[in-house]
Design a protein around this ligand. Structure first.
Ligand code: ZN
Length: 267
């Protein structure tokens, strides 16, 4: 493996049963069961591992009425990653399901967009509606990391390492960033919540939690431009991801999958 080509994994840790109208601005005429899954992702190269997002823990699952399927740390260990050895964590945005478990990576530096930190600590959090997907403890934990030199800020698009770039998309959260990774099958884009489900990007529809609808819609075009093909864009919460890609290791079906491998099932 050349040193700018990486393995990429999705680790499914949570689940939430809901009806489809909850997933779209304007609802959904079909009104069918359309659950969301919760993931963290890992990028593994020669001698270097990047974890993308940190998920939520059991206490938060209880508080938010979500199902914690398996703790994030267990999922990472199952694919050979020891959380306490991880040196870099990319935080796509600071929503509770992406930035919890804040003590799981004691050695890590956290990569975050300037705008996301400013948003999560600024005037918009004065409104209950806007702060709903954030948890004060997650944000405070990030501020504490900042004061111990463990936050690396990014402003817009940036190369984190050869073959790994960050792309600020905004929209869903003001400073949301997606991650593009060079793999053996081309450029895979971890969209995170730039597209919750395949349907959002494919039908240009918008998830109801949003900072700026125009930026969400423009973001879909950015994702398509960044990825080698539509099959290289990985949505943030689609249960289809674990169904479509091969298990990372025998026995991990439905839990951890390889995203640098070709899909085994169509979308
Ligand atoms: Zn989100």
């Amino acid at each position: 493996m050349s040193d700018d080509v990486y393995e990429v994994y999705a680790v499914r840790y949570g689940h939430h049963d809901r009806r489809s109208p909850e997933n779209f601005i304007g609802g959904d005429p079909h009104d069918v069961l359309q659950p969301l899954d919760f993931y963290v992702w890992a990028i593994v190269g020669e001698g270097r591992t990047y974890v993308v997002d940190t998920g939520f823990d059991a206490a938060m699952a209880e508080r938010r009425k979500r199902d914690l399927l398996r703790p994030v740390g267990d999922g990472l260990k199952a694919i050979g990653i020891e959380p306490d050895r991880v040196e870099d964590v990319i935080v796509t945005h600071l929503h509770y399901d992406h930035s919890g478990n804040y003590d799981l990576f004691p050695r890590a530096r956290y990569h975050l967009q300037d705008v996301e930190m400013a948003y999560a600590t600024g005037r918009c959090m004065a409104h209950a509606h806007t702060r709903m997907p954030f948890e004060a403890d997650d944000i405070v934990a990030m501020v504490r990391k900042l004061f111990t030199g463990r936050v690396a800020f990014h402003d817009g698009d940036n190369e984190l390492a050869p073959g790994i770039t960050l792309h600020r998309i905004g929209g869903h959260s003001k400073g949301l960033q997606s991650v593009r990774v060079k793999t053996r099958r081309g450029y895979v884009v971890l969209a995170s919540d730039a597209s919750h489900l395949d349907q959002h990007i494919d039908e240009a529809r918008v998830f109801p939690i949003v900072y700026n609808t125009g930026d969400v819609l423009a973001g879909y075009e950015t994702l398509k431009r960044l990825a080698t093909s539509r099959d290289h864009i990985i949505p943030g919460h689609d249960p289809n991801v674990v169904a479509r890609y091969p298990a990372a290791r025998p026995g991990l079906d439905g839990w951890a999958v390889r995203l640098d491998a070709d899909p085994v099932r169509p979308r």
